[in-house]
Design a binder for this molecule. Structure first.
Ligand code: F6P
Length: 343
């Protein structure tokens, strides 16, 4: 078969491991011809390809980013988008396409599937909040980076009697904040799932100070909202082709409020894209490899319009229709557990 691969949306450590696994098994086991589309759906619209042979995937399992590069291109935004995609399928004699991406990229995949094209999805988001799967690759790496940052911030916070507010990624769900906050021993964890109660946060910090703990660590997900405000904090009014704003800045707002209300010196640190950069952890390399193998197997099983999915310990296939548009929130029991360590 001739099988295409693309990576769309924000990058995520482990993307190269998915590509490598799918190409390796496709080439060696199924005798496929594999091609990569560059920069997500843009590469399909513009028929911008690269050969994905064994040489192309050599030495990439440990590398972050994606050798195919990525973009947030939305095929539906182009009046002739579907026709151009169909033309690219034809021009390359493509039998199937593996799309690696989040809700947006896979949403396009679903539309194309409905239009009769043979597409298989692999779920990808650092935020770990896609429906239809238990864990996304890249999340473990982000959590480890954030945890190391929290560890480092502990010592400087303690040295200066400061409150440090650490802003981590997490647009609609606070998985990174919850995991890194628990692992790093944060005193307060704030997530998009629950509006921030500033009074409660400040009370906790004051209680700690009364116990002789003159420093504190607050972890906040970028998508968390202050109770008094209805909008998420953004860095720009610009939106991408899927209508998403650029989040960022809740950490700074929060630190100003905490300092004003408690009198404790407070600093904000925004981890941003550091969480998405660099090498994937061993866990993510293995998980991403399993996703890649599952995807190429799905192509050969004819499981189109479906997405590779981790269910417990097993990789399986779920219909894209069932998985998409269902933001997976942090398990309330896990979040509750973290409250034992608050204040
Ligand atoms: O959706 C994943 C994510 O990492 C979000 O947490 C974040 O808001 C967004 O992507 C930022 O992506 P970019 O800056 O690449 O547009």
């Amino acid at each position: 078969m001739r099988v295409g691969i693309l990576t769309g949306g924000g990058d995520c450590p482990g993307l190269n491991a998915v590509i490598r696994a799918a190409v390796r098994k496709g080439t060696m086991v199924y005798n496929d011809n594999m091609i990569g589309f560059l920069e997500g759906w843009r590469g399909v619209l513009e028929n911008n390809t690269q050969v994905l042979d064994l040489d192309a995937i050599a030495g990439i399992v440990h590398r972050g980013g994606t050798i195919l590069r990525t973009s947030r291109t939305n095929v539906a935004k182009y009046p002739d988008g579907l026709d151009r995609v169909k033309a690219t399928f034809k021009a390359n004699n493509l039998d199937a396409l593996i799309a690696i991406g989040g809700d947006d990229t896979l949403g396009v995949a679903l539309k194309l599937h409905k239009a009769g094209l043979k597409v298989v999805g692999v779920p990808k988001t650092i935020d770990n909040d896609l429906g239809g799967t238990d864990f996304c690759f890249g999340f473990d790496t982000a959590v480890n980076i954030a945890t190391e940052a929290i560890d480092r911030l502990h010592t400087t916070a303690e040295a200066h009697n400061r409150v440090m507010v650490v802003e981590v990624m997490g647009r609609d769900a606070g998985w990174i904040a919850t995991y890194s906050g628990i692992a790093g021993g944060a005193d307060v964890i704030l997530v998009p799932e629950y509006e921030i109660d500033l009074e409660n946060v400040c009370d906790m910090l004051k209680r700690r100070a009364a116990r002789g703990k003159f420093f504190s660590i607050v972890v906040v997900a970028e998508g968390a909202k202050m109770a008094a405000q209805s909008d998420q904090v953004t860095t720009s009014a610009k939106v991408d082709e899927f209508g998403h704003v650029r989040l960022g800045g809740i950490g700074t707002r929060l630190s100003e409020e905490i300092e004003k209300r408690t009198g404790f010196e407070t600093r904000a640190v925004i981890l941003g894209h550091i969480q998405r950069g660099g090498s994937p952890t061993a866990f993510d390399r293995v998980l991403a490899t399993r996703y890649g193998i599952q995807a190429i197997d799905m192509v050969h099983n004819g499981e189109f319009g479906q997405m590779a999915s981790l269910q417990g310990q097993k990789l399986t296939a779920v219909p894209l229709e069932q998985a998409l548009g269902k933001n997976r929130k942090v398990d309330p029991d896990l979040y509750k557990l973290s409250e034992v360590f608050s204040g």
